[in-house]
Structure formats: structure tokens, C-alpha cells
Design a protein around this ligand. Structure first.
Ligand code: UGA
Length: 459
């Protein structure tokens, strides 16, 4: 029987206070749920308890500060307080191993450390919910680890479920408040119904009421997460593959092609934006992990491999196009506009802009990197080091450059006056690798405009 209770009566534990964990913690606690957050990083825990978010995410600081002031959120390095939790979300990182497969070490480590708290649990039926992106079977292994450590029986003494997360960086708060769906797969019905009850009462309070999908088992829920990310990544790689073809056809333009495709109600134009490829902490890692998992199950993952191949080669493809336009890259000053893996973030993990910078530098170009976000630029500098120059000033970035590449589709670049390129650059060659400008407007303004997915002008 599901227990009916008011939102404020739930005790929630969250293990791993990164993007997903901290955002979930702050959003829940802001709305009155009692949350204990656990992280191994003592400095991070202290910052959170001071009400300072260690990551940049719009709206997060305000929610966190208020939750800390109200006393609904408390962060700690100790797992012991989790004995009071009705639901414990695992939101630790799942990085890649060198062969692309997933490193589940942090998830299993969290399960081991949780065991004592579960053995001493004061909750009627504590449920461990895995939110980290994990390959199918992981949630069940988590339950197994806890069983081994404590002798407790999963499904009788404690529950376990997969409850994957679909939030986007830069919109983490918005997506947590109003998700496209909540997916739950329990090891048995009680785990799933307890999670469902919690999320239902939370979203009822908010009035957002997203669809809550309870699937038969954790494996299906775990697979839904990979399937969603791999599909979105496939759309991007598909657009980039088409873009390479369009570039060879006089007058052909991928942007118009996608617009034409999207008139078919079966084709959704979202994530069909051709560019430098996808970056960030999710798509590249998740496509590789699903590929490795398919292989481990003796499934030939050709389509998944192709998604990754297009993405990995896209910065090389753009570098080659620049080389053709400039005759050589050796000694040429190339400005990369944008370092972040996408706009509105300071995150440069797997950023395609940085991949491009590396290739250009290797081929002898003098590379300058600009980003409107000083923290993104700092992160780029830390990642790439002295192979490039770094500036937040457009003037400095463009002055005397032989070419510039739009690598991140920041609003900041969209609103620039094209005269800036013609006035400051030695040669106003602009390669729009994110398709943010109208080709005709740029050409009329005297910019030597080239772009991903854009065939040459008809003679
Ligand atoms: C992605 C998913 O969108 C989320 O639903 C998911 O929860 C998250 O991964 C995750 O697994 O945690 P995120 O990594 O924040 O979210 O970034 P996106 O906004 O999806 O963008 C990913 C990359 O694709 C960016 O580099 C972006 O520039 C690129 N992209 C996106 C394109 O190249 N073309 C497009 O049309 C769209």
C-alpha cells in the first residue's frame, strides 16, 4: 500500500551534488521538501551550506540560498543522516572508460556507502532511486550491493528504482520544475509507486503535472534515457552528414533543407541544427557507452558508431574547409568565437570549439579563442593551455585575424554588427559553423561568408 503523506513529510536524500543532484536538491528544498545532500567534496559541501552554488546554472543560486535559509536543505559528507530518508537519489557521475564504456565506480561506491544508513533506516520503506545515467541492469546491481553489505532484502526491506533525469545544462532548474516526463522503473511495484507518489505530490504542488511513466522494470527506464540521448545525437549527426553533402552542391543550403523536411508532421526539426557537432557531458559519453554496451551484448552497433564518427570528424571537416579557403593554416590567425559547448553555460567539456582549436593549432594556425562568458574562457584555458590566446574582448579577438569561426551559438554573436568583422579583420573571412547569420545579409555587408551546410553561390 502506498503511504499518503504531505510533501513536507517526505525525507529525501541525494548522493552526488553535481548538476543533477544539486539542482534536484535545491528545487525540492525550495518547495518545502526536507533534503539532505551528500557529496565527498568537503569544499563543495561547505559552499552549498553557505548558499553558494559551485556551478553556474540560471536561477539555481536563488533557490539554493532560500532553501538553506529556510533550513530545508542541508549538505554533508556523511551518509549517516540518510537513515531518515524515504527516498535516496543517486546522482553521481558516470564518466567514460578509455574504451568508451561507462565507469560505474561512483554509483557502486555510493551503493556501498549507503548500506549502513539503509541498515539503520528509520523510514518505513526506503527506496534507492538511480538518477545517474547508467546502462541497463545497474539499478538491480545497486540493490544487489546493498543486499550483500547488509543482508537486507530488496523488495522487502528496501526498494530500488531507476528514475532517469532528462534536464539540460543551462536550463536545469526550468527542466526540473517542468520536465517533459518523469520515468520510473522499479525492481517491484512498491518502489515505483512510492516514487510516483512523491513526484506526483511534488508536481501537483507546482501545478506543472508532467506525465509520469511507470515502466515494468528498471532496465526499461535505464534504456529510455540512453535511447533518448542517442536519438537526439543521431539527429544532429544526420544533419551534419547532410550538411557535408549540401556543401558540395551549388546553391544548396542545409537550413532550407531542414525547414522543408520539418513540414512533414512526422519530422520534428529540433536537434537537426547542423554545426560543429554535439559536445557536453552527456551526448558524446552516452552514445559511446550505449555502443560499448551493445557490443558487450553481441549486438553490432553500426548506427551508433556512425553517430559518433560523424561527430568526431566534424571539427576535422570544418578545419579542412578553412584550410581550403585560406590555402594554408600555417601562420594564419584564426579566431574561434565561442568556447562553451553550447550557449548559456560555462561548461567546455567535450566542446567541439576546443576540438577545432586543437586541430587548427596542430596544423600551424595561430588560434585565438573568444567567449562572452569569462568562466567559460577560463575553463577553455585550463583545458587547452598555451596552444591558443584567450580573450573576452571582441576587438582583441578579431583585430588582424585571417578568419573567424562561429563555434558556439551565443546570442551575443547573433546581434553583432557585421561591420565589426570587416573593420577589424585582416581578411573578413567568417565561417559560420553554427548557422547563426543570414548569408545574404553578411555578404551584402562585405563579409566573406562561408558556412556549414551551405553550397557555393551559383555562377
Ligand atoms: C542533453 C539532453 O538534451 C538532455 O535532455 C539530457 O538530460 C542531458 O543531455 C543529459 O543526459 O544529462 P545537454 O548536454 O545539456 O543536454 O545539452 P543539449 O542542449 O542537448 O546540447 C548538446 C549539444 O548538441 C550541444 O553541443 C549543442 O550545441 C549540440 N546541438 C544541439 C547541435 O549541434 N545541434 C542541434 O540542433 C542541437
Amino acid at each position: 500500500m502506498a503511504i499518503r503523506r504531505a510533501l513536507a513529510e517526505w525525507r529525501i536524500g541525494i548522493v552526488g551534488l553535481g548538476y543533477v543532484g544539486l539542482t534536484t536538491a535545491a528545487v525540492l528544498a525550495y518547495h518545502g521538501v526536507k533534503v539532505t545532500g551528500v557529496d565527498v567534496d568537503a569544499a563543495k559541501v561547505e559552499a552549498i551550506n553557505r548558499g553558494e552554488a559551485p556551478i553556474y546554472e540560471p536561477g539555481l543560486n536563488k533557490l539554493l540560498r532560500e532553501a538553506i535559509e529556510r533550513g530545508t536543505l542541508y549538505a554533508t559528507t556523511s551518509y549517516a543522516p540518510l537513515r531518515e530518508a524515504d527516498i535516496i537519489f543517486i546522482t553521481v557521475g558516470t564518466p567514460s572508460l578509455s574504451d568508451g564504456s561507462i565507469n560505474l565506480g561512483y554509483v557502486f561506491d555510493a551503493a556501498e556507502k549507503l548500506a549502513d544508513a539503509l541498515a539503520a533506516s528509520t523510514a518505513e520503506y526506503p527506496v534507492v532511486a538511480v538518477k545517474s545515467t547508467v546502462v541497463p541492469g545497474t539499478t538491480r546491481r545497486v540493490a544487489g550491493i546493498i543486499e550483500e553489505q547488509t543482508g537486507l532484502h530488496p523488495g522487502r526491506d528496501f526498494g530500488a528504482a531507476s528514475n532517469p533525469e532528462f534536464l539540460r545544462e543551462g536550463r536545469a532548474v526550468e527542466d526540473t520544475l517542468n520536465p517533459s516526463r518523469v520515468v520510473i522503473g522499479g525492481i517491484e511495484p512498491r518502489s515505483a509507486s512510492q516514487l510516483k507518489e512523491f513526484w506526483q505530490s511534488f508536481y501537483q504542488r507546482l501545478g506543472t503535472n508532467p506525465p509520469i511513466l511507470v515502466v515494468d522494470n528498471p532496465e526499461t527506464a535505464e534504456m529510455i534515457k540512453y535511447a533518448s540521448n542517442a536519438f537526439l545525437a543521431m539527429k544532429i549527426s544526420f544533419a551534419n552528414m547532410l550538411a557535408r553533402i549540401c556543401e558540395k552542391i551549388t546553391g544548396c543550403d542545409i537550413v532550407e533543407v531542414v525547414k522543408g523536411m520539418a513540414r512533414d508532421p512526422r519530422i520534428n526539426p529540433a536537434f537537426l541544427g547542423a554545426g560543429l557537432g554535439y559536445g557536453g557531458s552527456c551526448f558524446p559519453k552516452d552514445v559511446k557507452a550505449l555502443t560499448a554496451h551493445a557490443r558487450s551484448l553481441c549486438v553490432e552497433p553500426r548506427l551508433l558508431e556512425a553517430i559518433d564518427w560523424v561527430n568526431e570528424t566534424q571539427p576535422h571537416h570544418i578545419a579542412k574547409r578553412l584550410e581550403e579557403l585560406l590555402n594554408t593554416l600555417r601562420g594564419k590567425t584564426v579566431t574561434i568565437l565561442g568556447a562553451a559547448f553550447k550557449p548559456d553555460t560555462d561548461d567546455v567539456r567535450e566542446s567541439r570549439a576546443l576540438a577545432l582549436a586543437k586541430i587548427l593549432a596542430e596544423r600551424g594556425a595561430r588560434v585565438r579563442i573568444h567567449d562572452p562568458n569569462p568562466k567559460a574562457l577560463e575553463n577553455a584555458k585550463r583545458t587547452l593551455g598555451p596552444i591558443a590566446e584567450y580573450t573576452t574582448s571582441m576587438e582583441e579577438a578579431l583585430r588582424g585575424a585571417d578568419a573567424a569561426v562561429i563555434a558556439t551559438d551565443w546570442e551575443h554573436y547573433k546581434s553583432l554588427n557585421p561591420a565589426l568583422y570587416t573593420r577589424l579583420m585582416r581578411r573578413p573571412l567568417l565561417f559560420d559553423a553554427r548557422r547563426i547569420y543570414d548569408p545574404q545579409t553578411m555578404k551584402k555587408a562585405g563579409v566573406e561568408y562561408h558556412a556549414v551546410g551551405l553550397g557555393g553561390d551559383p555562377k
